[in-house]
Design a protein around this ligand. Structure first.
Ligand code: ADP
Ligand code: ADP
Length: 229
C-alpha cells in the first residue's frame, strides 16, 4: 500500500541572484511498512526533504501526498495537526529535555492520538526498563537515542523520520540503534525513513533514494537488504 508520494516537488531558498533549488523536481513513492534510506552528501537536500515530508516546512511547488492527501494544501493549523498525529521525529542529537527523566520525556507528548501502549511499555521495548527514572545526563548516548525513539513512537505515528540517528554515536552503539529502528519497522509495520550520508546504513534498507544537488540521482530496491545483527 502506498503511503507517501512526492510529485515534482521543488524547494527554493534565497531571493534574486541568490535563488537556488535545495530540491528540484523530486518524484518518488514509499509504501507503508518500508525501511527507507535517503542517502547523499552534505548539502544534497536530505534534511530539506525530511522537513517537507514531516510537515515542518512547505514546498515551493509540487505535491506531497500522504495516504492520498496533498499536505501542501494544508494551512498552518492543519500542518500542526498532521505532525502531531502522523509523524515521529528522531534527531542526531536526541533533543531530550534535560530536566525531565527518561519516562517524563516519553510521556510529555500531549498529542491528540493516544497510543495503545504506555510509556513504560514502550521504554521496556527499547530495553530501558532500568533507566526510566534517570535524567538524560545520566544516560549514555545510545540510551538517550533510545529514549528519543521511544518518545517518537509514543503516539503510534504513521511514519518515523530519522535525521542521522547514529551520527553522534560510536559504530557499535549506532548498530544497536539501527536494530531498534529495523525491529520497529519489521515487527510493528512502521514506515521508517532514515536520512544519512553513510553508505553502509543504506545497504540495510528496502529502498534507497540517492540525492545529489537537490535531485534524485537514482533509486534502488534492495532484494536482500543487509541484515543488521
Ligand atoms: P543535507 O541535509 O543533504 O545536508 P540540506 O537539506 O540541509 O542538505 O540543505 C540543502 C541546501 O539547502 C544546502 O545548500 C543548504 O545550505 C540549503 N539550505 C537548507 N536550509 C536552508 C534555509 N533555511 N535557508 C537557506 N538555505 C538553506
Ligand atoms: P558511554 O559508553 O556512552 O560513554 P556512559 O559511560 O555515559 O556510556 O554510561 C554507561 C552507563 O552508566 C549507562 O548505562 C548509563 O545509564 C550509566 N550512567 C552514566 N552516568 C550516570 C549517572 N550520573 N548516574 C547513573 N547512571 C549513569
Amino acid at each position: 500500500r502506498e503511503l507517501i508520494r512526492f510529485k515534482n516537488v521543488s524547494k527554493q531558498y534565497g531571493e534574486g541572484d541568490k535563488k537556488f533549488y535545495a530540491l528540484h523536481n523530486v518524484n518518488f513513492e514509499i509504501n507503508q511498512g518500508e525501511y527507507v534510506v535517503i542517502l547523499g552528501p552534505s548539502g544534497a537536500g536530505k534534511s530539506t526533504l525530511l522537513n517537507l515530508l514531516g510537515g515542518m516546512d512547505q514546498a515551493s511547488s509540487g505535491e506531497i501526498l500522504v495516504e492520498g492527501t496533498n499536505i501542501e494544501g494544508y494551512n498552518d493549523a492543519q500542518l500542526t495537526e498532521f505532525r502531531a498525529n502522523n509523524v515521529g521525529f528522531v534527531f542526531q542529537f536526541y533533543n531530550l529535555i534535560p530536566t525531565l527523566t527518561a519516562l517524563e520525556n516519553v510521556s510529555i507528548t500531549k498529542d491528540i492520538k493516544k497510543s495503545k501502549r504506555t510509556s513504560e511499555a514502550i521504554l521496556e521495548s527499547v530495553h530501558l526498563e532500568r533507566q526510566m527514572h534517570q535524567f538524560p545526563a545520566e544516560l549514555s548516548g545510545g540510551e538517550q537515542q533510545r529514549v528519543s525513539i521511544a518518545r517518537a513512537i509514543r503516539k503510534d505515528p504513521l511514519m518515523l523520520l530519522c535525521d542521522e540517528p547514529t551520527g553522534a554515536l560510536d559504530s557499535k552503539t549506532g548498530v544497536d540503534i539501527l536494530k531498534v529502528l529495523h525491529n520497529l519497522c519489521k515487527e510493528e509495520n512502521k514506515t521508517v525513513i532514515i536520512v544519512t550520508h553513510n553508505a553502509t546504513i543504506a545497504q540495510t534498507a528496502d529502498r534507497v533514494i540517492y540525492l545529489k544537488n537537490g535531485e534524485i540521482e537514482k533509486m534502488t530496491l534492495n532484494e536482500q537488504p543487509l541484515m543488521i545483527d
